[in-house]
Ligand binder design. Structure first.
Ligand SMILES: Nc1nc2c(c(=O)[nH]1)N[C@H]1C(S)=C(S)[C@@H](COP(=O)(O)OP(=O)(O)OC[C@H]3O[C@@H](n4cnc5c(=O)[nH]c(N)nc54)[C@H](O)[C@@H]3O)O[C@H]1N2
Ligand SMILES: Nc1nc2c(c(=O)[nH]1)N[C@H]1C(S)=C(S)[C@@H](COP(=O)(O)OP(=O)(O)OC[C@H]3O[C@@H](n4cnc5c(=O)[nH]c(N)nc54)[C@H](O)[C@@H]3O)O[C@H]1N2
Ligand SMILES: [Mo]
Length: 748
């Protein structure tokens, strides 16, 4: 018997793997990394699961000559040889490029793929399609699409959400109070994009708590408070955070406690914003009473909150969830404005920060830039749509949309190519996507597993998992870099995306442009040499490639001092101006004013959401669709999710009124669709609010007119945050919930 132990990395953490006789038998969290044992442990079942795609397949209706009959997702999938599949893909690409041009090839391929920089599927597909002639890309992301566009207008760039964060260290040493809008849900610390060697945010919080830092969590769900943290819970109506922030800002203004010297030195556009707070145009003063009325809180609660933040070192933070909502730009802009009025931006433990509760590693001590990055290639089609516009784009070729001051015209999508994402998990209003998805002529998907997206392809190519190839991985928010060794042979006939694209590129005559003549090994050595060069420049001792491979990982030395966001700007705003038109924090923006968007005015504003409790009728509830606890999106579903349909958490009083019992099956529905869910009764949610995680694989049951696994995107609207950023606004939907009594549901 042969036995091998090795370390590796995935988005949900670092692990140690045991391989016996060439078969992965066990995976467990690496020493004291803090990774979740269930998620890590699922690997050995996941990699050999029945959901693995064993070989290439082509949809029956697509294989039939002259005619693309049948329907994606319903036809039988016919096994074919690799040669046949690769010829078919190359032929389709060739045909579409020739007849319709590169913009009609959709290859944005949004999704997290897996950890590992070289074999990152989304990077590879974009490189490949760029080399092959071009494609329509997706810009921005689902996670923080609104923040990504509004922040550059307000603070000059999007780094405050993409990577910069005031270190937890400084909250523990200098902070007095953390106010967390959207909370600090510990489940979100189980994952890091790219993978992490440590999950230590809970320790930071405990340390801060011990030092007497006070935590206030503002969220409709008490589960957003980590266990063991003595935090105050304020539970407003969902999507009303902007009103609360504006009320607090108004209070700062009228009590004379706004930091005038900070505002004068570091901000622009205060007059317009203050006029709005005072109601000079609309006649509505944005008082605490006004905010209380909108948010469904007591005025005294907000008054007390104001008192708590008006003295001491205050960190105001908002989770990414807040901006995945109608007008998701506003809570971020309002939070920055409020922080500016408190005058602590750029100080340790104070100011504002985004995403402490959204992903592991935000606020960790990590030296950036040591994880290699696989370079992209220029896209000759120069065509891109905002990430969350995918359904609209497929359904409406030629449609013009406003986007961040420009007008975009959707291409006529003829071919869809996806590798490393699962749109039939992540997109909104999946019943609408189901229709739009039938429109293009050809759909090609690379996947390790039979996800709902793979099942809706014409040509499915089986991809390896990260356990079946060599790679280097890590995250800019984590102090480790991992060598990710090939642990097992490819399962079934699976091939690496890199090899698949290489074989197609060869057929299309663009292989040199695609892989630049490098093999897997040559790429890894090349990428590592860039890290070594950076280390040499900065006087850091980095291991060479062989040593990294042998040791399994490298702990990059921590930065000399903890990060404090915008500290250089605060220290010397003339020497370190922001990249805004004024060089300062913009409390109102002439650029945005000139866009003249109804749904994104020129300063932080309260705009009524389309779907919220203030617009609920009859027995409608506000459904929040947050991230799953023990999955990464739809990943891990076959092992950790498929045992039951997804849970929906609602208040016992709301359940009683609907005759819904604990653990019973319910139908969650609205005008867009219906899905099945398992009722969980808990007074951890505000009344009128229900919470249902994403993660279930979309499984419509036509006979019963219901999605059977509990994917809440059967219910969400395909509506973006605003014309400014067109971010994903998925988090909220008004729904009804009723007991489900029928049997015979086809769950798969
Ligand atoms: N209602 C609602 N919807 C949401 C959200 C929400 O909050 N509410 N959140 C949104 C957000 S923030 C996100 S990030 C998205 C998540 O978006 P998804 O696309 O659902 O997420 P991923 O799990 O990243 O998708 C990656 C896919 O790549 C596959 N994969 C893994 N490794 C490889 C590989 O090596 N090669 C290939 N070819 N494939 C591979 C995985 O099996 C998986 O199917 O969902 C969004 N949707
Ligand atoms: N375990 C696990 N962790 C993950 C992921 C995963 O799939 N699984 N996905 C990762 C990804 S891709 C992303 S983008 C991040 C997302 O990070 P977030 O967007 O921050 O995470 P969510 O879980 O969607 O939402 C966090 C909490 O916000 C609260 N909330 C929702 N709406 C409102 C509101 O209007 N006001 C207030 N005050 N609170 C509200 C909800 O109670 C919810 O529990 O998570 C990452 N972390
Ligand atoms: Mo995300």
């Amino acid at each position: 018997m042969s036995l091998m132990r090795a370390t590796s990395l995935c988005h949900w953490g670092a692990f140690e793997a045991t391989v016996e006789d060439g078969r992965l038998t066990q995976t467990r969290p690496l020493r004291d990394s803090g990774a979740d044992p269930d998620m890590i442990g699922a690997w050995s079942d996941l990699v050999y699961s029945e959901s693995r795609i064993d070989r290439p397949y082509v949809r029956a209706g697509f294989l039939r000559k002259n005619g693309r009959k049948g329907q994606r997702g319903r036809d039988e999938m016919i096994p074919v040889s690799w040669e046949q599949a690769l010829d078919l893909v190359a032929g389709e690409l060739h045909r579409v490029y020739r007849d319709h041009g590169p913009a009609s090839v959709f290859g944005g391929s949004y999704g997290w793929s897996s950890a590992g920089r070289l074999h990152h599927a989304r990077t590879q597909i974009r490189r490949f399609l760029a080399a092959a002639g071009g494609f329509t890309d997706q810009t921005g992301n689902y996670s923080w699409g609104a923040a990504n566009i509004i922040l550059p207008h307000v603070v000059g760039d999007a780094s405050a959400v993409s990577h910069a964060a005031t270190s937890w260290e400084t909250i523990a040493t200098d902070g007095d109070c953390v106010v967390a809008f959207g909370g600090l849900n510990p489940k979100n610390w189980r994952v890091t994009s790219g993978g992490a060697g440590e999950h230590h945010i809970p320790d930071h919080i405990v340390r801060a708590g011990k030092r007497g830092v006070r935590f206030i969590v503002i969220s409709p769900f008490r589960g957003d408070i980590p266990e063991g943290l003595d935090a105050e819970w304020i539970a407003p109506r969902p999507n009303t955070d902007t009103a609360i922030m504006l009320g607090l800002a108004h209070q700062a203004l009228v009590t004379g406690r706004a930091d005038r010297s900070f505002l004068d030195r570091y901000t622009a556009g205060q007059d317009q914003f203050f006029a709005y707070l005072r109601g000079e145009q609309d006649g509505i003063e944005k008082t605490l009473d006004w905010a209380a009325d909108i948010s469904g809180l007591q005025p005294e609660t907000l008054q007390a909150l104001w008192e708590k933040i008006s003295t001491g070192r205050i960190m105001l933070t908002a989770s990414w969830s807040l901006q995945r909502a109608d007008h998701g730009e506003q809570p971020y802009w309002a939070l920055i404005a409020l922080a500016a009025m408190l005058g602590q931006i750029g100080l340790p433990g104070g100011g504002f920060c985004f995403g402490y509760g959204s992903m592991n590693g935000v606020g960790a001590m990590a030296r950036r830039g040591y994880v290699p990055v696989m370079p992209g290639l220029p896209n000759p089609a120069a065509s891109a749509i905002p990430a969350a516009c995918v359904t609209d784009c497929f359904a409406n070729p030629g449609k013009e949309i406003a986007f961040n001051g420009r007008t975009l015209r959707y291409p006529d999508t003829r071919l869809v190519y996806w590798a490393g994402g699962n749109p039939f998990h992540h997109a909104q209003d999946l019943n609408l996507l189901e229709k739009a998805w039938q429109r293009p002529e050809t759909v090609i998907v690379h996947e390790p597993w039979w996800t709902p997206t793979a099942r809706r392809a014409d040509i499915v190519l089986p991809a390896t998992t990260s356990l079946e190839r060599n790679d280097i991985g890590g995250s800019s928010r984590d102090p480790y870099v991992f060598f990710m060794p090939k642990l097992i042979d490819p399962v079934g006939e699976a091939r690496d995306d890199f090899a698949i694209f290489g074989a197609i590129a060869e057929r299309l005559g663009c292989k040199p442009a695609y892989d630049e003549g490098r093999s897997e090994e040559a790429w890894l050595r090349h990428l590592w040499s860039l890290t070594e060069a950076k280390a040499a420049r900065e006087g850091i001792a980095a291991p060479d490639f062989e040593t990294l491979r042998q040791n399994g990982y490298w702990h990059v030395p921590p930065p000399e001092a903890p990060e404090v966001m915008l500290a250089p700007f605060r220290a010397d705003p003339a020497a370190h101006p922001l990249k805004t038109p004024s060089g300062r924090i913009e409390l109102s923006s002439a650029t945005i004013a000139a866009f003249d968007y109804d749904d994104c005015p020129s300063h932080p504003s309260w705009l009524e959401p389309v779907e919220w409790l203030g617009a609920a009728e009859g027995d409608e509830l506000h459904l929040l669709t947050n991230q799953p606890e023990k999955q990464l999106h739809g990943q891990l579903y076959p092992v950790l999710g498929a045992g039951d349909c997804a849970p929906v958490t609602l208040h016992p009083d709301d359940a009683a009124r609907r005759a819904i019992a604990q653990d019973s099956l319910v139908r969650v529905f609205n005008g867009r669709g219906a899905c099945l869910a398992r009722a969980r009764l808990s007074n951890a949610t505000r009344k009128g609010v229900a919470l249902m995680p994403t993660g279930a694989w979309f499984e419509p049951d036509d006979d019963n007119h219901i999605e059977a696994n509990g994917n809440p995107n059967a219910l969400t609207a395909d509506r973006q945050t605003s014309a400014l950023s067109r971010g994903c606004a998925a988090l909220s939907a008004l729904v009804r919930i009723e007991p489900w009594q029928r049997s015979g549901i086809a769950r798969k």
